[in-house]
Design a protein around this ligand. Sequence first.
Ligand code: ZN
Length: 352
Amino acid sequence: MYFGSVKFFKHLILTVVFGWIIIATGLALFFGIKYFLYSKDLKQDSGEATGNVLNIPDNMPFEQIYLLLCAKGYSPDDIISFLADNEPVAFENFINNYILLSPDDSSDIEDNGGSELLNTDTSLEYTKLYPELYANPPSEFVTPENVVYLTFDDGPSKNTKEILRILKKYDIKATFFMSGGYDENTAEMIKLVSDAGHTIGVHSLSHKYTEVYESMESFLEDFNNTYMSIYEATGVKPQLYRFPGGSVNNYNRFISAQLISEVVRRGFVYHDWNVSGEDAASGANWSSIYNNVINGIKSNSSGRAVILLHDSSDKYTTVTTLEDIIDKLLAEGYTFEPLDNTVKPFTFSYTE
Ligand code: ZN
């Protein structure tokens, strides 16, 4: 009988051994070829990028070179190291012409209300866009103590009404950095917030980072769309601005100095924040939001806090946390105020 015989086991062992050799060889060939093609692609791709950079005149703004490489799918860090290695002239231009904000630069920016970055070069084409998009800058800033400023971004939404109700119950005024909008319901909500005496600042209608920060022109277009939707709804010209994602972020880091400069040149005061409820983080819940706010205030020594929260439609948890946050901070002796353009802003580059 063949099955179970010595011959059978001999054949079985040989089949298994050779089977494995064939499979291993096949896999090695498959991945070898795949890797070869992949590295060939990569070389071609970087060859293309090199070609583009090399064809760029020395005086081409870094912003444009950067966007070009971004569009090809390179990350900011790749681009920086690529240019530092291969394009020393462009890299040098970038370092000389673009101010990257860092905590070290910040005190200057804050101390003079941003005039350090004031861009007086109105020969730049984008400075001529939207001649109505201007605000009245303050002559000086105030820094009151024991004050917290609640700020709600990305609204209005169905949650805004509930937030208004809570704020009214405590007779507290807050600040809403709105995404705005042109439909009737949105305009109505914007007006409700304004009529209740809260401050409305401009945020971002599209809130799509890659679009907003694609260029100075696209940034101003979004700014103006948002500004106009608020102005048309309320009849009040907003004086404050909050950058989507904050004033310096991964999407705008190479043009943030230009962006800030243009916002300040137009007379707007922009606010980041020094305490965040992190209510937009995934998995945010009552205790995470509450603890982030309360501990954030405890750990900051400035005696005042600009608190980032959101009133967008999916942030109902924020609504459920709000009363507890207010109760706790009132008990600790804080006063709640709305921001206006005389309140000295916290910015990400600012250290107090
Ligand atoms: Zn936002």
